[in-house]
Design a protein around this ligand. Structure first.
Ligand SMILES: [Zn+2]
Ligand SMILES: [Zn+2]
Length: 143
C-alpha cells in the first residue's frame, strides 16, 4: 500500500507506476485528461495558457449563472455572433438556459419577472395543478 500525494488515498502498489511513483494511476489519468482539456479549450476558444484556470478560479469553480458547482468541468461559453468568450457555465445554463432564451438578456429578465409575478394569479387568482400534472413536471425535470 502507498499513499497517493494527490487524492491522499492509500492504494495498493498496482495503482502506481514504478517503485517511486507518488501519484496513483487514477489521478495520473485525471491529470492527463485535464491537461488535454486545457489544450483543447485553449485551441478552440483562443484562451492563452492558464486562462481557463484563471477564469475557473475567479468564478470559484461555479457556474456564472446558477452558481452550481459541478464535478464535471464547466463549459466555455461564447457569443455565437462574434465568438467572444463570455465565461464558464454549467451544461444546463450554457446548453439549455441560454439556448432557450436565444442569448437575449431581455428574455431572461422577463422570465425572472414572470416567476416572481405570475400573471395567472393576478388575473384569475390561485388555481392548482392536479397531482398528476405536478408529478409529470417532476419526472420531466429529472431527465
Ligand atoms: Zn490518487
Ligand atoms: Zn449553471
Amino acid at each position: 500500500m502507498r499513499r497517493c500525494k494527490r487524492c491522499e488515498k492509500n492504494r495498493s502498489d498496482r495503482f502506481f507506476t514504478g517503485p517511486r511513483g507518488k501519484i496513483c494511476t487514477t489521478c495520473q489519468k485525471q491529470a492527463r485528461s485535464e491537461a488535454h482539456h486545457r489544450r483543447r479549450v485553449g485551441k478552440t476558444y483562443g484562451l492563452e495558457a492558464g486562462e481557463y484556470d484563471t477564469l475557473f478560479a475567479a468564478q470559484e469553480g461555479k457556474c456564472a449563472i446558477c452558481l452550481g458547482t459541478r464535478r464535471q468541468r464547466l463549459s466555455v461559453d461564447h457569443d455565437h455572433r462574434d465568438g467572444v468568450v463570455r465565461g464558464l457555465l454549467c451544461r444546463m445554463c450554457n446548453g439549455r438556459l441560454l439556448t432557450a432564451a436565444r442569448d437575449r438578456p431581455e428574455v431572461l429578465r422577463a422570465a425572472a419577472d414572470y416567476l416572481e409575478r405570475p400573471p395567472a394569479i393576478e388575473v384569475i387568482g390561485h388555481r392548482y395543478a392536479s397531482e398528476e400534472a405536478n408529478n409529470n413536471g417532476r419526472q420531466r425535470k429529472k431527465r
